[in-house]
Design a protein around this ligand. Structure first.
Ligand SMILES: *Cc1c(COP(=O)(O)O)cnc(C)c1O
Length: 411
């Protein structure tokens, strides 16, 4: 019997097997037919500490016994209050305000709307958004508009708004910075970037100094700087935020994926006082017009609050540093791969010839890993490893042995 489920980013016409997963623990997924799959990509970049991390699961259980859901416009609850306080303590102090939503994409839509609201309420309406080439900010219309255009959004192109795209930084990033300088003269509303690593664009890395200079240039030209740390946040790049490595504090910060440890959906958009205050008035017409039904769901907030506790009380940074070393050792030891690179807990390289998301070896590569009980999802011929922080040496060895084998098979 065929399933009525329509899967995301899945071509059902290829009839590739879709494993049925029943259980998870740590860095492993267990299928209904009792295979143990190593989760080498943290279930699409969300799982940080490990699957079903006990303090987070326990917090969800406890919160579900108390308060499940409540309207968040004009009402509040302790998990949302405590989480917002906790976030303002752990994140850069300038980010004083926390707006809740449900996914990385919505946190980006919120950030863009905040930026435009800021300019309109200051009486200087601006709407142009600057972005980086190869960027990814989600699959909603706003997120796609500020992200790279390609096969994955060509059907929707007529609906996407026009943006200013800066070239991806080469070396010292002069190419990007010169383009930014020129673009700033036209008074754009904001620049949105993925700090240090462009994830869906192919795990492309650029220098922290370029990030620092982009931020400084935005400040000098009065252009809002939005950091989309939906993927890079929560330790992925070696620090809590990737921005830290460049000594950068954005005007607006998007967080999701690892916010709840990757257990349950939740997102926040954090903003500085000027962004909040631009919406502050006794005039209802100036408030921030955004909400979704499940804004700040108490159970999700409790999970994120438990995640903050894990960051406070457990040696998470040490675990990340250790994993970073293990990843770097292995990715740079591979033979017959191109562009081996690593940043924090992320390691990537290219295999075989061809390029792009639809590179011909894509499906064969995916099957190669699936057949070896590994959850690795190459982007075209880019293979990357981004595991939960608890992953063991043996599992890492299995992943890298399979990548090495693929590099030889598909050379
Ligand atoms: C995943 C991702 C998003 C979108 O998040 P969703 O939760 O999938 O909507 C946005 N920005 C970046 C940088 C991402 O990696």
């Amino acid at each position: 019997m065929t399933s009525p489920v329509w899967h995301p980013f899945t071509q059902h016409g290829l009839a590739e097997p879709i494993p049925l997963v029943e259980r998870s623990e740590g860095a492993a997924l267990y299928t209904a037919d009792e295979r143990r799959i190593v989760d080498a990509i943290s279930s699409w970049w969300v799982t940080t500490h490990g699957h079903r991390y006990p303090p987070i699961v326990e917090a969800i259980r406890a919160q579900a016994g108390k308060l499940d859901q409540i309207i968040f416009a004009g009402w509040t609850h302790e998990p949302a209050e405590a989480l917002a306080r906790g976030l303002t303590e752990i994140m850069p102090p300038a980010l004083k305000h926390v707006f809740y939503s449900d996914s990385g994409s919505t946190s980006v839509e919120v950030a863009l709307k905040m930026a435009l609201g800021y300019w309109l309420n200051r009486g200087e309406p601006r709407h142009r958004i600057l972005t980086l080439e190869h960027g990814y900010h989600g699959d909603t219309i706003g997120g796609m508009s500020v992200g790279a255009r390609g096969i994955y959004n060509q059907a929707y192109t007529p609906l996407l708004f026009d943006v200013g795209t800066l070239p991806f930084p080469a070396g010292d990033g002069r190419n990007t910075l010169d383009a930014l300088e020129a673009a700033c003269r036209e008074k754009p509303a904001a620049l949105i970037v993925e700090p240090l690593v462009l994830g869906a664009g192919g795990m492309l890395l650029y220098e922290a100094s370029v990030l620092a200079e982009m931020r400084a240039m935005c400040a000098a030209h009065d252009v809002l700087f939005i950091a989309d740390e939906v993927m890079s946040g929560w330790g992925r790049t070696g620090t809590l935020l990737a921005c830290e490595q460049a000594g950068v504090v954005p005007d607006i910060l998007c967080l999701s994926k690892g916010l709840t440890g990757g257990v349950i959906p939740l997102a926040v958009t954090m903003a500085t006082a000027p962004i909040f205050e631009a919406h502050l008035s006794d005039d209802k017409g100036r408030m921030f017009f955004h909400s979704s039904s499940y804004t700040a769901n108490p159970i999700a907030c409790a999970a994120a609050l438990a995640n903050l506790g894990v960051w406070r009380e457990e040696p998470v940074r040490e675990r990340i540093a250790t994993l970073a070393v293990r990843q770097a050792e292995r990715i740079f030891a591979l033979e017959d791969v191109r562009n081996a690179r690593a940043l924090g807990t992320i390691a990537a390289c290219e295999i075989g010839g061809g390029e792009g998301y639809l590179a011909e070896i894509g499906p064969a590569l995916a099957a190669h890993f699936r057949d070896r009980d590994l959850l690795v999802r190459p982007m075209g011929n880019t293979v990357y490893v981004m595991p939960p922080y608890c992953i063991g040496e043996d599992d890492l060895d299995r992943i890298y042995a399979a990548i090495q084998e693929a590099a030889h098979l598909f050379a």
